[in-house]
Design a protein around this ligand. Structure first.
Ligand code: NAD
Length: 267
């Protein structure tokens, strides 16, 4: 027998591939569009069934893409800026398959304004969704997987503004710096409990989140000019890092934020 031949279990699953997500269920917030949709697609390509959280209308596009890949797609409608949704969302997500294995905290918003004019409402809207809700989803998910007694993976979506200050986005910078911080903090507490907590920091990606920047010719040229890869990222660029952090391949990776930024931070 060839030593490198894939080993199939009785169920026909490829048990040798450390990147395989077969048999896993991933809860992906904001799966209806943008980076969340790209992450859901990549996890499904690796074999996971997906539970997407959307805050507005149902996402037929994500459903179609996941089902075309032969995986199950279930959806929960919830406003995650209400922290009280967290435990309910995790309970609902776990009920579809009787277990849950991966949490991707992707939902996020940005509000641009001069700091001198920034309102408490703009601050709270961003911080409640991007940071407070991320913490309480992590907590609800960790309680669930600890009661299941199974290993699990948490992937939080951070940002370049987890490292830098940015302009006119103080609440976003605070929230994303906080995401990187709690990723390390929770990893310290939960690594010994079989839960890997890590994050991905996307660079400048062409989604709704960056529409204003891309429409401003001066800012768009400045940004593009300092991306070594010479292009904006896309939802497909994020998937590989998500699969790695969701899979056995990253079992010894804890509390780290991986930049997927075309080299922006290295510049
Ligand atoms: P996007 O605006 O296309 O997606 C945001 C997602 O958040 C949507 O799916 C939306 O439904 C969801 N969402 C918004 N409010 C919500 C609420 N109240 N409850 C539940 N879900 C809600 O932007 P994107 O670029 O795909 O952003 C995804 C994540 O990536 C965000 O956390 C964002 O901060 C982060 N990010 C994006 C970039 C970029 O360049 N696009 C860079 C760094 C980080």
């Amino acid at each position: 027998m060839c030593l490198h031949a894939p080993v199939l279990s009785l169920s026909g699953r490829n048990t040798m591939n450390p990147f395989s997500l077969e048999g896993k269920v991933a809860l992906v917030t904001g799966a209806g569009r943008g980076l969340g949709q790209g992450i859901a697609r990549a996890l499904a390509q690796a074999g996971a069934d997906i539970v997407g959280v959307v805050n507005t209308s149902r996402s037929t596009q994500t459903r179609d893409e996941i089902e075309t890949l032969g995986r199950q797609y279930d959806e929960i409608q919830a406003d995650l800026s209400q922290t009280s949704s967290a435990a309910q969302v995790v309970a609902q997500a776990s009920a579809f398959h009787g277990h849950i294995d991966i949490l991707v905290n992707n939902s996020g918003i940005i509000k641009r304004n001069d700091s001198l004019a920034y309102t408490e409402e703009e601050w709270d809207l961003v911080v409640d969704l991007n940071l407070k809700s991320v913490f309480f989803l992590c907590q609800a998910f960790a309680r669930q997987v600890i009661s299941q007694g199974t290993p699990a993976k948490i992937i939080n979506i951070a940002s370049m503004l987890s490292y830098k200050g940015g302009f006119r986005v103080p609440s976003y910078t605070a929230s994303k710096s906080g995401v990187k911080g709690i990723t390390m903090s929770l990893a310290n507490e939960w690594a010994g409990k079989g839960i890997n907590v890590n994050a991905i920091a996307p660079g400048y990606m062409a989604t709704d989140n960056t529409e204003n920047l891309r429409e401003d010719p001066v800012r768009a040229a400045e940004i593009l000019g300092r991306i070594p890869a010479g292009r904006w990222g896309s939802a497909d660029d994020i998937g590989g890092a998500a699969v790695f952090l969701a899979s056995r391949a990253s079992d010894y990776v804890h509390g780290f934020t991986i930049a997927v930024d075309g080299g922006w931070l290295a510049r």
